[in-house]
Design a protein around this ligand. Structure first.
Ligand code: ARG
Length: 597
């Protein structure tokens, strides 16, 4: 990226000298000329390609090739440009192909080896926080595979944003409020009244079963229903016993969620729906003041607009139900208002990201629009929904256990680890290798959890994805075991290659396999910035997968440990930078690596 910026300014300079009037008038018109520099579309075109000459043909009334030639002539006269690139080539109707000087690429490899950030520039310090709203399960309800996907994708995005230097608020928007608490509290008061009398933590056992029991009673018992409805009102008005019951239920759920987060090494700050209760009235007041509220059958709504400002076909956003209660959308509106508001009344964020299943897309489109029209989003503020597809079983239907039940996340992770354990023991037996139990358990845990995470991250998140242990645990293909194995392979080379610690000297490369690997390695910073912008972790996965493939091709076809100096040192340096890049990249996906497996 650093080099791309330098090239861009050289190209701009060349444009300026070749066509001073055109550049000046474009600037006056507020449409500065763009050399349209991008990565080369094919390796034989070099490293970069500038397509700007084509767009200039019309305003300059010249053939694009003539324009390209004029630019190239200017570049030839620029010694600083000559230090970066080989003489540019003009191709096709007027594309300028640029190939970086080999010594420059080799020097860049050396620079990255000495840089723990591997060339990824940090953003300026003191920037506004970025909110990542992810995981967000519901109290007392099952945390399902959709929440697992949100947890894994949200964590990876948060890691990338943090690595770039943004202050990130990792918010768990837990569903800890709403009418379901009426029946839960009523049930709790009846089955475990003693829990309400102690100040200690109480183990309520399996909350999912508890929820089912409460629901069954609610559906069959009219008196229970009435009490439950009254209970909602009591809770909302702050009745101490109801509050205590609510707190107990939340604590119990929290402990269960936390076990999963700890296991996956995921940090989240809980800020559930209840946090926004004190701000709900203000939401309604703001919307009324902005003239957006319409009464519809007793409910307070905001009708949506299409992009062109006409009335939208989408259902309105209900802000207050006819019984006076608030809902999921009201809470999300209060959350947006709070997150963008300047401290101390709010978070002062500039970018707010939501990671949920694609089924909630219209909910978010609606509340985002209302927030914008209410004027809560500051200049430059970004609201983004990061949707993902459903997790399906191998039969293409909703993921279920063989017995037809919903899959428990704990059991899903256990199974991944157990399968890795069995695979590893089989491999050790075949290779007649002896390993300690602690080693086996560490490898199985790391690989099993990595496989689950990577499978979630590597598919284009919008599409549904089929959950398959066999596929995610395979040693070949775009899988965590394949990537982790490459790291192990390089660690083995480093052990044999010696020269631990100090940064190896890079003198140059000769083989095409080396150059292909170098070019891939040097794209790391651009990929990270792309993920930061587009919020697609699968881009980073594909990049790392391709890196492994290029590394394996290089290592299989080019001698490293047996090469003569100086090639040996330069090749060891490539191995080392490959390992560093894989480790950092996987780390940003929330996946730790191993030295042996
Ligand atoms: N609790 C919701 C669910 O389980 C997800 C919440 C997502 N975040 C938000 N701000 N709405 O579907």
């Amino acid at each position: 990226l650093r080099i791309a910026h330098a090239l861009n300014s050289h190209l701009l300079g060349a444009l300026e000298s070749a066509f001073p009037e055109a550049v000046a008038s474009a600037r006056v018109a507020g449409a500065p000329l763009d050399p349209q520099l991008g990565p080369a579309s094919k390796p034989e075109f070099g490293d970069f390609q500038a397509n700007g000459a084509l767009a200039l043909a019309r305003p300059l009334r010249l053939a694009p090739r003539a324009i390209a030639t004029a630019i190239v002539d200017q570049l030839a006269a620029d010694p600083d440009f000559g230090a970066l690139c080989l003489p540019p080539q003009i191709a096709g109707p007027g594309f300028i192909n640029l190939t970086l000087k080999p010594e420059l690429l080799a020097a860049e490899v050396g620079r990255r080896l000495a840089d723990p950030r591997l060339g990824v520039e940090p953003v300026a310090p003191g920037g506004a926080p970025v909110v990542v709203d992810f995981s967000s399960p519901n109290i007392a309800k099952e945390m399902h595979v959709g929440h697992l996907r949100s947890t894994i994708i949200g964590d990876a995005l948060a890691r990338v944003l943090e690595f770039r230097g943004h202050p990130v608020l990792r918010l768990n928007h837990v569903g800890d409020w709403g009418t379901q608490f009426g029946m839960l509290i009523t049930h709790l008061k009846q089955v475990a009244p003693e829990a309400l009398d102690t100040a200690d933590a109480v183990d309520l056992g399996d909350l999912v079963a508890f929820y089912r029991q409460a629901k069954a009673r609610f559906d069959s018992d009219e008196a229970f229903q009435t009490t439950s409805r009254e209970e909602v009102v009591k809770l909302q008005s702050g009745d101490p016993v109801s509050r205590r019951a609510w707190q107990l239920l939340c604590d119990q759920s929290r402990r269960e969620f936390q076990r999963l987060y700890d296991r996956l090494d995921i940090r989240l700050d809980e800020r559930g729906e209840s946090f926004y209760n004190p701000y709900l009235e203000a939401v309604v007041a703001d919307l009324a003041a902005a003239g957006l509220l319409v009464s519809d059958g007793g409910a307070q709504c905001v009708f949506l607009e299409a992009d062109d400002g006409t009335a939208s076909q989408a259902p309105p956003v209900i802000v207050r139900k006819s019984d006076g209660g608030f809902n999921y959308a009201t809470t999300d509106l209060a959350a947006i208002r709070y997150r963008f508001a300047a401290p101390p009344e709010g978070d002062g964020a500039r970018r707010v990201i939501y990671v949920t299943d694609a089924g909630q897309a219209s909910h978010f489109a609606g509340v985002f629009q209302v927030a914008r029209r209410a004027g809560w989003i500051p200049e430059g503020g970004r609201l983004e929904h990061v949707p993902f597809g459903l997790v399906q079983g191998e039969d293409g239907k909703k993921l279920k256990t063989r017995a037809g039940d919903t899959v428990r996340l704990k059991e899903l992770l256990d199974e991944a680890v157990e399968r890795c354990d069995a695979d590893l023991r089989r491999r050790l037996e075949e290779e007649e290798r002896q390993e300690e139990e602690a080693f086996i358990s560490e490898v199985a845990t790391t690989v099993g959890l990595a496989a689950v995470k990577y499978a979630d991250l590597s598919t284009n998140r919008i599409t549904n994805y089929q959950f398959s242990f066999d596929r995610m645990l395979a040693l070949s293909g775009n899988t965590a075991p394949y990537l982790l194995y490459a790291v192990v392979r390089i660690a083995g080379i480093a052990r044999k290659g010696g020269g631990d610690g100090e940064v190896p000297e890079v003198l140059g490369f000769s083989e095409p396999q080396e150059w292909a690997l170098v070019r891939q390695l040097l794209q790391f910073d651009a990929v990270i910035q792309e993920v930061e912008e587009e919020l697609l972790p699968n881009r980073l996965c594909s990049y790392l997968f391709e890196l492994c493939q290029l590394f394996n091709r290089f290592y299989d076809q080019v001698p490293v440990l047996r090469a003569d100096e100086p090639a040996r040192a330069s090749r060891l340096a490539l191995c080392r930078l490959s390992a560093d890049t894989l480790k950092l990249g996987l780390g940003l996906l929330g996946i730790p690596t191993l030295e042996r497996m």
